[in-house]
Design a protein around this ligand. Sequence first.
Ligand code: AMP
Length: 384
Amino acid sequence: MNEITPNSTIGILGSGQLGRMLAQSARQMGYRVHVLSPGEDTPTGQLADVEVSAAYDDLEAVRAFAQNVDVVTYEFENVPSATAAACAEFAPLHPGPQVLHIAQNRLREKSFFAENGLPTVPFALVSCLADLQNGLADIGCPAVLKTAVSGYDGKGQVKINHPDEAEAAWQTVSEVECILEGWVTFEREVSVVGARGVDGSFTHFGVIENDHRNHILDVSKAPADVPPVVTEQAVAMIRTVLEALDVIGVLCVEFFLTAEGNLLLNEMAPRPHNSGHLTIEACVTSQFEQQLRAVCGLPLGSTEYVRPTAMANLLGDLWFDPENGAYREPDWAKVLSNPALKLHLYGKQEARVGRKMGHLTAVADTIAAAEKIVKEAREILRSA
Ligand code: AMP
């Protein structure tokens, strides 16, 4: 592939915050940006040269979009396969359709991990109640039933503590194809964001430690305080994923780390990831610039950490006064009085509880110090 050089046009499918931060990197490096999604005045569209508002299955609009760009990438993995194919008629699509096919379905994803010798929790396919009952007999309780497609941030998931709960759980997931997973007692959750270039070159941002709240990422910090052997293993595993799937672009793998120091792959996303937002301030090259470089066939940038960094998500909850529930704008000036803090807001029109509206990042001498800064600032926003 010839390089897609600055002043060319990047096409992005999906228009949320991940596309927005990719667009920021693309603009910085002199690229033009076109975005396609059903929305208008979107987080990505606000920064793009052209915002196409069309349904993903409007293949005529998708083809016209792809004709006007030099490369297509995406910020979410549920791009329909027909949309991906329509784009690929006119422009290279990275990561390719084979990656989307695996990443869109939890069963295919875990089976792919297992086939490549990568450790996961025990799992079973569930397409009827009998499958679920048999799966529970094999795997044991507690277990978690997850819809195979379209689940994110804990949506479409039911924990099962006793085999008697099978029928109710099956109804809760609306009797659609599912994966049943053994429940793992982990010590920590960690992720690795990796990238692979057109020439097969590989880079990674090391291990990032993640805390979740209500199944949504809350705080990330890096470089994570884990034994070197854990980093070595996690990096080898993501490299296996990138190479086995022939990924061109950025991909994140989320892991459970057990008390014994064992890593289990939970899931992957073939795009920049919320846990990697801190790379904007923490590293020489951010995960977004790396995605741009990879999909454009450019050399990958240095992922070296400049300093320890922490990131805290800002959910829509912060827009509601804790005392009376009234909608109000958080007091940004109050937290920005700490000069170490960086504020990212995604330009979303309306705040809703649980909606990712922005994030705070701080760099410091230690990850503990950085974490303290972002958490304290967020508490100020909550009460202010
Ligand atoms: P997921 O959508 O698969 O990332 O799940 C969301 C969150 O639920 C994870 O980040 C974990 O905190 C928790 N979780 C998911 N699967 C399991 C499991 N098999 N065992 C224990 N916790 C889990």
